[in-house]
Design a protein around this ligand. Structure first.
Ligand SMILES: Nc1ncnc2c1ncn2[C@@H]1O[C@H](COP(=O)(O)OP(=O)(O)OP(=O)(O)O)[C@@H](O)[C@H]1O
Ligand SMILES: [Mg+2]
Length: 425
């Protein structure tokens, strides 16, 4: 990559970091609309990171800032050891060594496949362009289409041509905006797996944009979940799914049950209306803290001797599993509807009673959830004399969970004060 004189060299950066955003903000006027709000991110060499979030959360704007099509109002962007955008630095898109695959592929309809790919090679000596284009097209199994026009290709083939065009100049970083959204469901998984295989073989560092959590979890080394211009959480797909750190992440990435609970003891047990989840990860909160636990549908495992018994309200067959709404009696009276995953090996009748055991790995305390859901957070009471089981915290219920509006994706939240009465009992 050529470094213009006015671009700041940053010799102190980590050599494995390909791109680093620090406090990047982009506002649009009138408004202002803060499309990207104080975003800090780091992507390492060879990593595939997905920016995941709902429409309008700032994913495309983040990519455009990295590519150099937008100028940040605040913050800095570093690619390799070079600051390409910041208070005193600016490198135009063609100097950043970044390849971009646009959502609509943006192939030139009047150019053949070969010409489209060669178009991206304007910095390569003219006589070497055709050879390089053929080389990349071969990797993508498109060599035979060199002389075809885009309209003579399927959607998946066009997708791969767009990828070939972006890969041909051997970019330091590849950006892909919703690369699979134009493909039908059947082709989508196949093209996605092919493309990811190619990226991994080539060791390309890549930032992908998606609003599809399935894609994000399937292909990424790490996922950055965005909401309203901010990055809410960055982590491996497993971390994001199992340990969501906000109500937004818990509910946007898959379905979940949000249960109000109270920390019982040092072993990380959390008591909810439906029993005690022990060894809940990432607890780090004192006894008596009022918390919200996200329990994924996989957190309920069918088991003949299970302590928790519920009645099936509805079932949806998804192939790999059955997603069921199950009505459970709350320990405090009344019933609650939770979503659970059932093994698909048998048929379930509506109204059927099923026993479950709780699987702690799928339960995680959601940090900051108390504030989001509207109770003072977290309530910590002075330690009190333990009960016989050594696990009973203080009896004051603390503020009740009041959910004015159930966030999307939330299956259930504990009823006000219910937990406290159980603790008293
Ligand atoms: N050029 C612009 N002028 C004004 N507002 C803009 C501009 N570009 C983006 N926005 C606004 O910034 C916000 C973020 O837009 P962005 O395109 O980054 O979202 P996105 O996450 O990519 O959404 P989608 O999934 O729908 O593509 C939106 O509210 C959008 O309307
Ligand atoms: Mg977009």
């Amino acid at each position: 990559m050529v470094t213009p004189a006015h671009v700041q060299s940053m010799p102190d950066s980590n050599p494995s970091t390909v791109i680093q955003l620090e406090g990047v903000t982009r506002r649009f006027w009138p408004g202002p609309v803060t499309a990207v709000d104080d975003v800090s991110l780091e992507v390492r060499k060879g990593e595939i990171m997905t920016l995941l979030g709902p429409s309008g959360c700032g994913k495309t704007t983040t990519l455009r800032l990295i590519a150099g099509f937008e100028v940040p109002d605040e913050g800095s962007i570093r690619i390799g050891d070079t600051e390409v955008a910041g208070a005193k630095a600016w490198a135009p898109p063609e100097r950043r060594g970044v390849g971009m695959v646009f959502q609509d592929y943006a192939l030139f309809p009047h150019l053949t496949v070969g010409e489209n790919v060669m178009f991206g090679l304007d910095r390569t000596p003219r006589r070497q362009r055709a050879g390089r284009a053929r080389e990349v097209l071969k990797i993508l199994d498109l060599e035979a289409f060199f002389h075809r026009y885009p309209h003579e290709l399927s959607g998946g083939q066009q997708q791969r041509v767009a990828l070939a065009r972006a890969l041909a100049p051997d970019p330091l970083l590849l950006l892909m905006d919703e690369p699979f959204s134009n493909l039908d469901a059947h082709l989508r998984d196949q093209v996605r797996d092919e493309v990811v295989g190619i990226l991994r073989n080539a060791g390309v560092t890549c930032i992908l944009v998606s609003h599809d959590q399935r894609d994000a979890l399937a292909i990424s080394d790490r996922v950055a979940v965005m909401n309203r211009g901010k990055v809410e959480q960055v982590g491996s797909p497993r971390e994001i799914y199992k340990h969501p750190e906000s109500v937004f992440v818990a509910t946007f990435v898959g379905r979940t049950n949000l249960l109000q609970g109270r920390v019982q003891n040092e072993d990380g047990c959390v008591l909810t209306d439906f029993g005690s989840f022990c060894r809940v990860d990432r607890l780090g909160m004192p006894n008596g803290s009022q918390v919200v636990v996200s329990v994924r549908p996989d957190g309920f495992e069918t088991c003949a001797e299970g302590a928790l018994c519920g009645s099936i309200l509805s079932t949806t067959y998804t192939g790999a599993q059955i997603e069921a709404e199950v009505e459970f009696p709350s320990a405090l009276g009344g019933t609650r509807k939770l979503v659970v995953h059932l093994p698909p090996s048998r048929h379930y009748e509506v109204g059927e009673s099923i026993s479950f055991r709780l699987v702690p790995e799928f339960a995680s305390v959601v940090r900051n959830a108390c504030q989001t859901l509207g109770f003072t957070s977290p309530v910590v009471e002075p330690p009190q004399a333990s009960g016989r089981d050594g696990s009973r915290p203080g009896s004051d219920p603390g503020p009740a969970l009041e959910v004015d509006e159930t966030p999307p994706g939330v299956v259930s939240a504990s009823p006000a004060g219910a937990l406290a009465r159980e603790l008293e009992g």
